[in-house]
Design a protein around this ligand. Structure first.
Ligand SMILES: NC(=O)C1=CN([C@@H]2O[C@H](COP(=O)(O)OP(=O)(O)OC[C@H]3O[C@@H](n4cnc5c(N)ncnc54)[C@H](OP(=O)(O)O)[C@@H]3O)[C@@H](O)[C@H]2O)C=CC1
Ligand SMILES: CC(C)=CCC[C@@H](C)[C@H]1CC=C2C3=C(CC[C@@]21C)[C@@]1(C)CC[C@H](O)C(C)(C)[C@@H]1CC3
Length: 418
């Protein structure tokens, strides 16, 4: 698509007004959740228990800690990788190369933290710093997005993202003008999508567990479960790091405020909401209920991993024995669409598995409060919207073959319901 064609593409997220509202509402929601989790009533809806002053939000220490963390993750990204993968073909027919060493970065970070703890690393003090850390990360996200936008103004047409190149500067700042901003071989979007925020989320969870042990003698079963489930999710994302190269975020979306803030701030500070809630609102959890929750998580993970792996294997090598027997329909592009197996059940089985896992992350927090279910509610909205965006893109890509697929597999995410 030329930049002129792209500028005529329909605007998403409600256009410039919609994205302006999101740039205010997303950080405001994140701070509301951080404050609500530590307040007595822990209300999801309604005004915050109190409004923090600037002295509670701004801390040079938090900013230094954030930069040390980003520096560590950059250093780990630059270490030799077990594999270098190629991305999908770009407009100019070239392919970018990406290091596959995210899991290694997680393990090395864990080793460093593990060695640091007996040497006096005050991990249990981190929960007290969440508010200033989130503030520093939000400021950093705004400034980095501005720098990325300025960099993109000088980028050639072929480097622009299909969506974020409308000509409206507010809209393009939010969606991101450039598809794959890089400094040399360092890829900002790929780095941010899987490293500082995702790995940061695991260590924020761990810090909350350590703090609970300091306060109450030992971590609760609920805290162990949420930590374990979310560690599995992040470990899985990094183990299968290469599959992120075919997601909408990497191949379609530019790198603007939405993904910068989403990756760096939203993921670590709001996805850890359940463990934040549990620190301040301990919940009793018996073994029978814990076993049931583990079963729900296992079912969700089975569907999520099965569906994602089936599609990735099929896209890489359709004659792989694990997918060769599946029924498919041809498309004019030469590619095929799966119509049996996981992708014959609903059109987004991976979303279904992800949503079931999201439920399992909230259940250990009991049913007395709505707050720990925020992730499930937000994630449902995000996936319903994402599914609609993906359908539009697939319809454009595959035309009649996509319509045929929709006829053969009429449900989007939940069999017989939606
Ligand atoms: N925790 C979080 O915050 C988030 C998690 N996620 C998770 O990320 C994962 C990836 O999601 P996402 O990037 O949205 O998209 P998907 O992995 O669902 O990929 C969609 C693409 O798959 C291909 N496809 C669709 N149907 C078929 C079919 N029948 N046969 C073969 N290929 C098909 C199409 O691309 P093509 O044909 O070009 O290959 C389509 O564009 C999901 O598990 C999701 O739940 C996503 C967003 C946020
Ligand atoms: C509301 C808001 C700030 C929107 C930005 C959305 C981002 C938070 C998400 C967009 C796509 C994402 C993905 C993951 C995390 C959340 C964001 C960045 C992901 C890395 C989570 C782990 C998964 O296994 C995944 C690798 C498939 C996934 C990729 C998409």
């Amino acid at each position: 698509m030329t930049s002129r064609e792209a500028s005529q593409a329909p605007l998403e997220f409600g256009g410039p007004l919609g994205v302006t509202a999101m740039m205010v509402l997303l950080p405001a929601t994140m701070f509301h959740l951080l404050l609500a989790a530590r307040s007595g009533p822990a209300r999801l809806l309604g005004p915050p228990a109190y409004l923090p002053g600037l002295e509670e939000l701004w801390s040079p220490w938090a900013l230094s800690l954030l930069f040390m963390w980003l520096g560590l993750q950059v250093a780990l990204y630059l270490l030799p990788a077990r594999k270098v993968a190629e991305g999908l073909e770009l407009k100019d027919k070239s392919r970018l190369r990406y290091p596959i060493n995210g899991f290694q970065a997680l393990v090395l970070t864990a080793l460093l933290v593990g060695l640091g703890l007996p040497a006096g690393l005050p991990l249990g003090a981190l929960p007290e710093m969440l508010l200033p850390l989130a503030f520093a990360t939000t400021l950093t996200s705004f400034i980095s997005s501005l720098l990325l936008y300025a960099k993109a103004l000088a980028a050639p047409d072929s480097a622009l993202a299909p969506g974020g190149n409308s000509g409206n500067s507010v809209y393009d700042f939010f969606l991101g003008r450039e598809l794959n901003p890089r400094l040399g071989s360092f890829d900002f979007k790929y780095f941010c999508e899987l490293r500082p925020g995702l790995i940061g989320w695991v260590f924020i969870n761990l810090a909350l567990l350590v703090r609970e042990a300091e306060l109450r003698g030992s971590p609760s079963l609920a805290m162990w479960l949420v930590n374990g489930f979310q560690l599995l999710y992040v470990g899985d994302a990094l183990w299968y790091e290469e599959s992120v190269l075919t997601t909408m975020d990497i191949i379609h979306d530019g790198f603007g405020f939405m993904l910068v803030f989403g990756d760096l701030a939203w993921v670590p500070f709001t996805y850890s909401l359940q463990t934040q809630f549990l620190l301040h609102h301990p919940q009793p959890l018996g073994l029978p209920m814990a076993s049931l929750i583990c079963l729900i998580k296992a079912i969700g993970y089975y569907i999520f991993r099965g569906a994602n792996s089936q599609k990735n294997t099929f896209r890489k090598n359709p004659s792989d024995p694990s997918v060769a027997g599946l029924e498919t329909i041809p498309t004019a592009t030469g590619r095929h669409l799966l119509v049996s197996g996981w992708w014959g059940m609903v059109r987004h089985p991976n979303y279904l598995g992800d949503l079931i896992m999201a439920l399992a992350w909230s259940l250990p927090c009991g049913v007395s409060h709505l707050l720990p279910y925020f992730y499930l509610l937000y994630f449902t909205a995000l996936l319903v919207h994402r599914e609609a965006r993906d359908e539009q893109q697939c319809l454009r890509k595959y035309g009649r073959a996509w319509q045929e697929y929709c006829k053969r597999v009429p449900y989007r995410i939940i069999p017989y319901i939606y």
